[in-house]
Design a protein around this ligand. Structure first.
Ligand code: MTE
Ligand code: MO
Length: 227
């Protein structure tokens, strides 16, 4: 899968439209500074979303929050929110996320690349997959090559503003090319593993492990538990 390379932009701190960049002439903002369009693409307002999370919206206390990069890595890392949002080069890209329920959203996602976070910990040679864990007990996994060979964003901003709590604050994985059930929200852990049989929350319930949005959503024709 070929993904478009993303450019370097302002980081995740600060809400003001001016921090997004000064030369995005077509940007329009609401009163809350949320972008309505980006480079000619109409964005889905963040207020227009379907709440279908496994345990409902999560509230994360940002003072005690830590992001862990662990498992089969040379040096496990534990980062505060601001270490993640200011310590890595931010990237941004407009991506459409499709939920298996038949709806989609088109959002400007912005944050560090997963591969830069993993590089800082150093992937061990035995590592085959990467597992994303969230504060609500949800998890999902990908081949390590998916996040190392593609510029996959761990978003801290959506549509130019800090992600609202109900949409996944502090971090929402923008799993480009994958069904929405693999776009982990409220991410608290990134674990490298050799367990290629690992199954995340929705994958355990019959949804495809690869989660490729152009492939069948169910692992078998028999289907799984309906979301
Ligand atoms: N932690 C966590 N992440 C999650 C979910 C969840 O229940 N818990 N639901 C997934 C599903 S099914 C979808 S479609 C998307 C919805 O993301 P959105 O709120 O940005 O539309 O989040 C995904 N990430
Ligand atoms: Mo979904």
């Amino acid at each position: 899968m070929a993904l478009v390379a993303a450019g370097c932009v302002a980081g995740c701190r600060g809400q003001s439209a001016a921090t997004v960049t000064a030369n995005e002439e077509d940007m329009q903002v609401t009163n809350s500074h949320e972008l309505k369009t980006y480079e000619g693409t109409t964005l889905t307002p963040l207020s227009r979303f379907r709440e279908n999370s496994i345990k409902g919206p999560q509230k994360v206390d940002i003072e005690s929050y830590r992001l862990k990069i662990e498992g089969l890595v040379d040096t496990p890392r534990t980062y505060t929110y601001s270490e993640v949002t200011t310590g890595f080069t931010p990237h941004k890209r407009v991506i459409t996320m499709k939920c298996v329920e038949g709806w989609d959203v088109t959002v400007l996602y912005e944050g560090p690349l997963v591969r830069d976070l993993i590089a800082a910990a150093g992937a061990a040679p035995e590592a085959k997959i990467v597992i994303f864990r969230s504060v609500d007990g949800y998890s999902t996994s990908f081949p390590l090559s998916y996040v190392m060979d593609n510029p996959i964003i761990l978003a801290c901003k959506m549509n130019g503003i800090t992600i609202p709590p109900e949409r996944g604050f502090p971090f929402h994985l923008a799993a480009q090319g994958k069904w929405g059930y693999k776009w982990a929200k409220w991410v608290s852990g990134i674990e490298l593993s050799a367990d290629t049989a690992y199954r995340g929350f929705w994958e355990q319930r019959g949804y495809s492990g690869s989660g490729d949005e152009n492939a069948p959503m169910f692992e078998s024709q028999a289907g799984g538990e309906k979301k």
